[in-house]
Design a protein around this ligand. Structure first.
Ligand code: ADP
Length: 164
């Protein structure tokens, strides 16, 4: 069985993430998209909310499952008996960090966990979760960045935050 994990913060999932998920799901028999529960990052959505967004967005992809994890990716991958991590590369700015992470994971796992990089589709190259949040915080248009149901959730979050 050819399985892979696509780990990330997905706060929130964008069309760029979804593009990587769809393409990776054609390359592997099983793809687990897993939300990293990183307490250090000040997230807009809870881990449960991010998981539920990803589940909704991938419900037509039968070989994709959504999960969450905390701690080291190599421990999570070992526990799931998966040896490939998928990551997306947008621009050269992603490269240095991604290369370092991939090499660290390979070293820490004793060569058991390799990383496969998919380059972004050009129409999503500019997209990031942080820019989606920045635009939405000022009520800007994020309809080109995330699926419609995600856009509604993002606007709801910000309007709740404004009234709190
Ligand atoms: P991180 O895991 O670094 O907190 P994200 O959750 O935003 O970041 O992203 C998870 C993965 O998806 C990373 O490999 C990132 O490079 C990739 N990614 C993010 N946005 C895009 C995009 N627009 N196109 C392709 N890949 C992307």
């Amino acid at each position: 069985m050819n399985a892979a994990i696509y780990p990330g913060s997905f706060d929130p999932m964008t069309l760029g993430h979804l593009d990587i998920i769809k393409r990776a799901s054609k390359m592997f028999d099983e793809l687990t998209v897993s939300v990293l529960d990183n307490k250090a990052k000040n997230a807009l959505f809870s881990v449960e909310e991010r998981v539920s967004i990803l589940r909704e967005a991938t419900r037509n992809l039968p070989n994709v499952t959504v999960d969450s994890f905390n701690g080291l990716l190599i421990d999570y991958a070992r526990q799931k008996n998966v040896h490939i991590s998928v990551r997306g590369l947008r621009a050269i700015t992603d490269f240095e960090y991604e290369l370092q992470t991939a090499q660290t994971n390979r070293m820490l796992s004793g060569g058991e966990l390799d990383t496969v990089f998919l380059t972004t589709s050009l129409e999503y190259a500019y997209l990031s979760s942080s820019s989606v949040k920045e635009i939405a915080a000022f009520n800007g248009d994020i309809s080109q960045c995330v699926p419609d149901f995600v856009a509604r959730l993002v606007y709801d979050k910000f309007s709740k935050m404004r009234t709190e």
